[in-house]
Every structure is written in C-alpha cells, then in structure tokens.
Design a protein around this ligand. Sequence first.
Ligand code: ANZ
Length: 809
Amino acid sequence: RRAYPFHEIEPRWQRFWEDNRTFRTPDDVDTSKPNGAGLHVGHPLGYTATDILARFKRMQGFNVLHPMGWDAFGLPAEQYAIETRTHPKLTTLRNIDRFRTQLKSLGFSYDWDREISTTEPEYYKWTQWIFLQLLKRGLAYQAEVPVNWCPALGTVLANEEVVDGVSERGGHPVIRKQPMRQWMLRITAYAERLLDDLDDLDWPESVKEMQRNWIGRSEGAEVEFCVLDTDGQASDIKITVYTTRPDTIFGATYLVLAPEHSLLSSIVSKGQSKYVEEYKELASRKSDLERTELQKEKTGVFSGGYARNPANGEAIPIWIADYVLGSYGTGAIMAVPAHDVRDHEFALKYDIPIRWVVMPDGGSSGDSERPYSGEGISVNSSSPILGLDINGLPSKEAASKVIEWVKKIGNGNKKVNYKLRDWLFARQRYWGEPIPVVFLKDTGEGVPLPESELPLALPELDDFTPTGTGEPPLSKAVSWVETTDPLLGKPARRETNTMPQWAGSCWYYLRFMDPNNSEALVDKMKEMYWSPVDVYVGGAEHAVLHLLYSRFWHKSGEMESPIGKVLYDIGVVSTKEPFKCVINQGIILGEVMKSGDSFVLKDNPKIRLIARAHKMSKSRGNVVNPDDVVFEYGADSLRLYEMFMGPFRDSKAWNTGGIEGVHRFLGRVWRLIVGSPLPNGTFRDGTVIIDNEPLLEQLRSLHKCIDKVTEEIEGTRFNTGISAMMEFINAAYKEEAKEMMNLQHYAIEGVDNNSIREIIFGKHRLHTQTEYSSLDALGDTELMNKKHGTLTSSRILIILPYQAKCFIM
Ligand code: ANZ
C-alpha cells in the first residue's frame, strides 16, 4: 500500500497556485456576474470555512473575492512589542511575515495581490480621511468627559472595551477618572438605525441580541417636577425625570438627582451643601459599574430641597445619590420604593415613605419587606382634584393614561432613551493612526489637516511606552508635534492622541475591493459590484466592538439629517449594511485528560480545570501549533480535521487522535483516484494504471455525494458534507474491489500485457454497461447528469445556472 505523499503534493500545488496566481480576482471582472465576498483575520477554523466557500463558489462560476489582510494597530500589537522590548513596527512586520507563511502552508485560496495592512500609511491615509469626513459633519467632536482610565495600559478606553470593570484586552482594572479632553464619535446619532436594521441581517441571533442590549432602547416618559422654594411655593426650577413606569407616579415619594446633575447648586440648601460637596467628591471616583451594581449598598445625601409630585400635589424630598447616573436619561429619577429594588433599599435605609401603587394581578396588599417590580393593576392612584385617576387599570394602560395627562397639562411627554453612549475615540498610546488635527498655539483652536496632507505618518519614536500620566507618548516626538497651521502658517501643535485599534477595521472590507487605489478609498463601480460582504466568518467576541463600530461607520453615510452623511453621501458605500451574513465559528478547546478526580490540560498537566473543556490560549499553554500538524499530517489533514470535528458553529475540544482518522481517509482517497487498481500499482510490465474510467455504480454514488455536499456546504454543515464524502469513498472502493476481481480474471486469461490497458478500459465500460445498465439505472444517471452537468470521460463538467459575484471574508 502506498503512503499518501502529502509532503510532495501540497508544496507543489501551493507553488503552482502562487506561480499561476490561480486565486487572483481580476480587477476587470465581468460585472455581469453577481459576486460573493467576506474577510476576516481569525484562526484556521474560520479560514478553512471561508476557503471552502470561496473554492465552492468559484467552481460554481461566481467571481469570488476572498482576501486576507492585517489589522495590527492598537493594544494587542503594542503590548506584545512592549513585552518583547521591540519596536511595534518591527514586531508587526515580523508577525505578518510569519502569519503569511503559515497561511500559505495551509493552502488557502486568498488573492494575495489584495493583501492590506491597516498599519501602512497607504492604508491609514484613508482611515484618517474618513475621520476628517466625520469631523466635517459633526460626527467627530472633542469633549471633556469623565473617562474609563486603565492605569496598567496607560490609556482611556471606550465603554465597549470595559467588561465587568476590567479592560477587554488583558483584563486590567479600569477606574473612573475625572474629565479629560477626548475625541468622541457620535454613534448615538445612529442608535435607532443600528437597532432597526439588525432585523434584516442574516447574523447569529445571539450577536444581534448583544447589540440590541448594548444599544438598550427603552420606552418611557419624561415628567417635570416643580421644585418648591423655602415657603413651600412652586419656584421656577423644574426637574425633569425619566421613567419607564409612569403608571407608578403616585408612588413616587422622593426624587433623586445624580451627583453630577447641573441643577444641584440651585437646589441644595445652605445647611446641606457641605455634605453634598463631600458626597460628590466620593462619587466622582466610582465607575458607572460600581455605582449601579445591585449588590452594592446604596448611599446618598439629602439636598435640603423639596419638589411637588404633579400627580397628587405632595411635597417630596429631593435626594442626591450615585445609583442614578448623570449620563443616562435626564440624570434624575422619581423614586418609587414600593416597586423598584434600588429605590426600596434606599428608602428603607433613609426612612422614606413607601407607598404601594401596583398590585400583582389577583394579588393581595403589598408587603413592605419586598418591592414588587412587575406589572399589575394600579391602586392608590387617584387624585380627583388634579383630574387623574388610574385606579383599576393594568400597568400599560395606566402608563399611557399618565402620559396623556402630563402631556395635556404641559408637564411632560413620551420619551425613548438609549443606553448607547458616544464612542470615546482617543487613546494615549503610540501604536495607532495619528489624528489629523493641529491646535493653534495662540487660540488653542483645532484645525483639521487638508486632505492633501494625508497620510499624516506616525513619527518614529524609540521610547514609545505609555507615560502613565495621561500624556500621550507622541508628545515626546517634539519635532513632529511642533508644526504650523497648514492654512495660515501660524505656530501650532499636533494632536498627540491616536485612534483606537478598531478604527482600521471599521472599513477594511471596502479597501479589499480596491486595495491599490491612490485616488479614492474605493472606486465607486467596484464598491457597487462587490458590496455588501456576502459571508463574514468571525468569532462572537467582537459583537459590540468591531461589528458595531463598522456598522456605524458604514451607516454614518446614510442618515438624512443635518449632521449629515459620510461614507454614503460621498459616494463610498451603496448599501445599508456592510456584512449581509455573519457566521460565528465555534471555539476550539484545548485537549484535556483525566487526572484523578479532575481534568488537566494534556499539554500542561499542571493546569487543573474546573470544566471539562477549556479555550485554547497561550497563557494556558494548551495551544496546538498548526505548523506541527502540517508537518506531521499535511495541511489537508488539518483542514479536514477541523471541519470534521463537529458542527462549525459549536465549540469543540481538540483531539490529536482524531487527525489520524481523517489522515487515513485522505490516504484512501488518494489511492483510489491516483493510486493503482492493482496491488503495487503496476502490471507485470511496470505500467501504472491511473485515472481509469469510473464504473457506473461509482458515478451514481459520486452524484449522490455531489448533491449532498453541495447542500451541506451551502448550509455551512461541513462535517456532514465530509461524512457524505466518506460514504462515497467507501462505496467506490466496494465497486473497485468487484472490478479488481475482473481485472485479475483477465490477467489470468493471459492477455498480452500491452493490450491489457486497452482491454481493461474497453471491457471496463462494456462490462459495466452490460452488468448495470438496466433501463432504470440509465434513466437515473441521465437525470443526475441533467442536474449536475455533463460527463466527459472521467471528469465532471458543471454547467452553471448563472454567473454571479461572491465576497467572502
Ligand atoms: C420610576 C420607576 C418606577 C422606575 C418603577 C422603574 C421602576 P431603563 O431605561 O430600562 O434602564 N432611571 C432613569 N434614569 C436613571 C439614571 N440616570 N440612573 C439610574 N436610574 C435611572 O430604566 C429606566 C428606569 O431606571 C426609570 O424608570 C428610572 O426609574 C430609572 F417601579 O422611574 B423608573
């Protein structure tokens, strides 16, 4: 039995592909073909999947765009450079070279002529250009805002980058720091669109749900409460609260203002102002998370002031407490302790009255120990003099009636709020795109660079480490920082903050369509042809980061509003959404083995596991290096194994033993097709018989297999597609075994060796036809031929229904 010579086959074909630029997607594609495309930088699991789709669509006659590029600005690359004490430019180039070699050895069918790197000036010129468009349209702005400061990383972070109080990268603690001047992007202007358009996307439901929750739409009302002066008379000061439960207004026994509320100074009484100041100082050091955590004990301070509840005319105290956030709603709430958990805890602590105004349907009177926050029937909610009575109404109806009433008396209105905050877009780090703005020395005014001065290159800096003070490292590049205003030539300083790591990946899918264009970000015709990305394969971890940010940049073009259109308006994008279909691959988990009562990582038994399955990661030392697998079993074995491990979207544990199985299978395939039908692969005269005609029965199972595999690839069920191929190979071998007996029979008859081949071929066909061509079988074959194409000798020519495009990332 001949061994399957993958060491010879794979490099030979990889060289062939490279020499012949087999996977090049020509720029002048026949645009009468519809397309199919998707791009992403992940590991071999996702890469193999997009590669299968790309090859499959190419074989079906689509123009396929299947590119690869490097998104290497930002924290991960810079942290790596700091750890290895090497300049990030060097480490980035080195890593890219290594990745490229690895990817090539895996035989992926990328069009390498379209390779891009977000860290190259030719690329980030356009990232900076988009920033200037955002700036021009008021979608980028500067603000003094309290920030998420990560001392270990020496930079501020966006809300999306802080997960449970630690940095998304590296898991370092993040604290709240007092207002710093920052660049912000107005993603909130798109909250509604980002939410609504999710409905039409063919994305994993879990990712859509994460985006929905992050955007956090809530429907309620804004209601004004009039502040009372010291005589108990209505003053001119009004506090507007945001509530999602207007039906509970009769139960509002106090108001709470956030410590940063702008009206504080005009409400706080002389006697209380000292305590209020102290409290504000304490609260300013806490993060939003610390402030709103349900388990944390509620704290607050009385303002000394009172307001009038508009529903019943009662004077209620105004408190200041940090469980109300200044950045959400109006920064003020009407507190209803009987029906809100936080308000309840607070009221008990500070001895504020608790009034029940909602009864659970069919329930009895409330107990003061526990709040009831569900819906029910309104009680104790009538004030005939003021003309409002909602007693007996179910919560929803009661809420609508209250909203109608406050509207009528000019005291409030329906209101939709979003949790989404503007995107903090500046980092106090070196390794990122410079922000193309200078500040005049005399006035401090910011002036955007003219587009003709782009790219603004990142200056060389030997000491690129974060300063830790909030002063960006770029300020050390003195000769770069000190400059003149491009318009008037006045002395100016460059912006020294850089863009966050997500900037470059917000739009890379556009650049893949036209990577070498020096006149425009992407040619309009090319964009119209290739957009949107048809299939995008990636992990779920960027659900509210990359996948939300790039939707925003893409859409920032579409809005019909004074703050304008960006990418769309200037003719850059023609579609509503960048990625039509997103597929999350499952995570590959490290190989584990049992040790005593628990499980340990096979490659690092010192590490005990709580769960049976563990994500592969460098820090856990359970990473299997693809190079080793390729060396030992070949790239096809690795690819096949990853696709065969289980459903593509599920997480699954690595098992090196499993590769043996698929490797043996590939050997069988090779021997069936390339190897000889006779032992040793030769006849007595040494002639090797290759590529003989398939038997009719083999063709029947082949067509069944093609049918099944087509269906499975389209459904991204690669594992079951592979099973179908295994079944086919088994069936084909069975027929082959029968045939072998016939061949041997001829050999025994003593036919001349030289004519054997001919006779075999001839007999072969004859034989199978006499043996198997019942009318039924023939009819079947013809049907199959019609469905899949025409047979020409032993090859199959697939006739396509139409020609189309496909962009796969
Ligand atoms: C009265 C009330 C009664 C409330 C009740 C809830 C239950 P969403 O939008 O779903 O998060 N709230 C409003 N602004 C706030 C802020 N800046 N910081 C903290 N809490 C705030 O919920 C909005 C509800 O959260 C609002 O409705 C308000 O409390 C509180 F039985 O008003 B509610």
